[in-house]
Design a protein around this ligand. Structure first.
Ligand SMILES: Cc1cc2nc3c(=O)[nH]c(=O)nc-3n(C[C@H](O)[C@H](O)[C@H](O)COP(=O)(O)OP(=O)(O)OC[C@H]3O[C@@H](n4cnc5c(N)ncnc54)[C@H](O)[C@@H]3O)c2cc1C
Length: 482
């Protein structure tokens, strides 16, 4: 095999870039990981955005997928300092009447909190929780024949419906429908779209398996532990290297890019076939987000007690209200009452704020590319369910979609999922190919959340891409040995 500077170069150090780099290095290859920013992590960084002593998660905050990731589970991340705390209530969903529906570890208790929909909830979720160990790899990976077709079919039967349809089919109560809508809205799409149920079901199942944990010290701790493990097994990391062209890279048998199709075209487009370029140009990005972090003088004073024990709180009231907010946002309108995802990490992790003080993290969906300031709309939503909240604000930090994109080149127009998670792009992102991770150019791979299974901190896109790249590198080695 011809001598190269490295066996593999990975561009981008988000959870998927780190997972790809580790997978290649663990297989005995020499791997260089490059990152354009001064620190590693991508969507996994934390910083004092507001006041000294207040640690905020700049992007991801809540990590059910990280603890349930089939790949991360194999890594000695605890030995590299990673520790999670699990909030008492995974997610709470308050209503205008002061009550709240909750997702908590016990399926039985969650179901009981949904009154008349207890049995409907149990019938929907319990089989999925039982089946999860059998279908985790198929669900969090590319499209292929599942090892457990019956269990996968059971999941697909519900998953491939719209959240609105499933809610009306299965649930009667405002509580169950509202809780369900909040989960499905993580898909960042109108709830009338197929695939919104898939996201909602997976998040609910995660809540019953391991809760929705937060990493002690901030999301950055996950990236720090992954990087520490990677370097401990011989991997090399360089930060502050913005890759604009493949010519910048040292020679390698495989280049894996933790970027989205738009960047992939600009970095490596000249190497691709016309068909592949055309496919990448057709790739679609979704709604953006407006993000806000607060330093607070006390915990968020939610009316409903359950919300005061929850790591995540979904603010959007009823299914109808959330569905309407997501629908109008998808066609370019900023809702007066947006669906808000709020996290209160400092309630469970005392490293996040000075004693007696707290942090809160929130975002809402906005049209792609929007620069509208949603601060008032988001704070009004929090105040609606937690009167007195505004009086506790010591400082705030906000980011609109252009600032999100400036912060991380992968957030095109503020899209945090690396592209729409719609039916066309769920399993065939970024293009319909035998392997979505291989580009049309030999030795160049895409490993970001623009590949299956998509957004979230689980590293599975990077892991699967690296497995494909490893197969090619080993085949090349074997051919050259003959
Ligand atoms: C506000 C917000 C909230 C979120 N909340 C959650 C949550 O609670 N839980 C969860 O699981 N997920 C959450 N996510 C999503 C999650 O962060 C992403 O899905 C995940 O980080 C994607 O990982 P990735 O490795 O594909 O890309 P990224 O994490 O985006 O990493 C890409 C990396 O590549 C680098 N890069 C890009 N281009 C180049 C280049 N040309 N040269 C060199 N380096 C380059 C970038 O700087 C970046 O570091 C959230 C995201 C945001 C923004």
């Amino acid at each position: 095999m011809k001598k190269r500077d490295f066996d593999a170069v990975v561009v981008g150090s988000g959870p998927n870039g780190l997972a790809a780099a580790i997978t290649m290095q663990e297989a005995g290859l020499s791997v260089l990981l490059l990152e354009c920013k001064d620190t590693i992590g991508g969507g996994l960084r934390s910083a004092e955005l507001t006041l000294p002593g207040f640690v905020h998660d700049i992007c991801s905050a809540i990590h059910p997928l990280a603890v349930e990731s089939p790949f991360f589970k194999t890594l000695p991340l605890a030995a590299h300092g990673l520790r999670f705390v699990t909030p008492t209530v995974a997610a709470a969903h308050p209503f205008d009447n002061g009550t709240a529906a909750v997702l908590q570890k016990s399926i039985e208790k969650t179901a009981c909190s949904l009154n008349g929909d207890k049995n409907a909830y149990l019938n929907l979720i319990a089989p999925l929780v039982n089946d999860w160990p059998d279908i985790a790899l198929s669900t969090l990976g590319p499209l292929r024949l599942p090892k457990h077709p019956l269990a996968m079919a059971r999941f697909g039967w519900n998953a491939l419906t719209s959240a609105e349809f499933l809610a009306r089919l299965r649930f009667q109560t405002v509580e169950a429908r509202g809780l369900w809508a909040g989960m499905a809205a993580h898909a960042i799409q109108p709830l009338s779209k197929i695939t919104t149920s898939a996201i909602g079901l997976v998040l609910m199942a995660m809540g019953h398996l391991n809760g929705w944990p937060v990493p002690v010290g901030g999301s950055q701790s996950i990236a720090t532990a992954l990087a520490a493990y990677f370097t401990s097994i011989g991997g090399k990391i360089e930060t502050g290297v913005y890759v604009k062209n493949l010519k910048q890279l040292p020679s390698a048998h495989a280049v894996l890019l933790d970027v989205t199709p738009k960047q992939l075209l600009s970095i490596a487009g000249h190497e691709f076939s016309s068909l592949y370029k055309w496919q990448l140009q057709r790739y679609r990005y979704g709604m953006g987000v407006f993000k806000i972090d607060w330093a607070l003088d006390g915990p968020v004073p939610f009316k409903a007690a359950e919300c005061r024990q929850a790591g995540t709180v979904h603010l959007g009231n009823t299914l109808e209200e959330i569905a309407s907010a997501e629908k109008i946002t998808s066609v370019g309108i900023h809702p007066e009452r947006p669906f808000v995802l709020l996290a209160q990490q400092s309630l469970f992790d005392t490293t996040r704020a000075p004693e007696g003080k707290h942090t809160a993290w929130a975002y809402c969906h906005v049209p792609n590319g929007s620069e509208t300031d949603m601060t008032a709309a988001i704070e009004n939503q929090v105040e609606r369910f937690a009167p007195g909240f505004k009086d506790l604000i010591l400082a705030r930090h906000t980011m609109h979609t252009a600032q999100m994109h400036e912060y991380n080149p992968n957030y095109i127009g503020g899209d945090i999922n690396g592209g729409k998670l719609n039916i066309r792009q769920l399993y065939t992102r970024p293009a319909l190919r035998l392997s979505p991770y291989r580009t049309s150019a030999k030795g160049i791979y895409i490993c970001s959340s623009s590949t299956p299974p998509g957004g979230g901190v689980h590293g599975m896109c990077g892991y699967h891409a690296a497995r494909v790249a490893l197969k090619d590198v080993f085949e090349l080695q074997a051919r050259e040995l003959v």
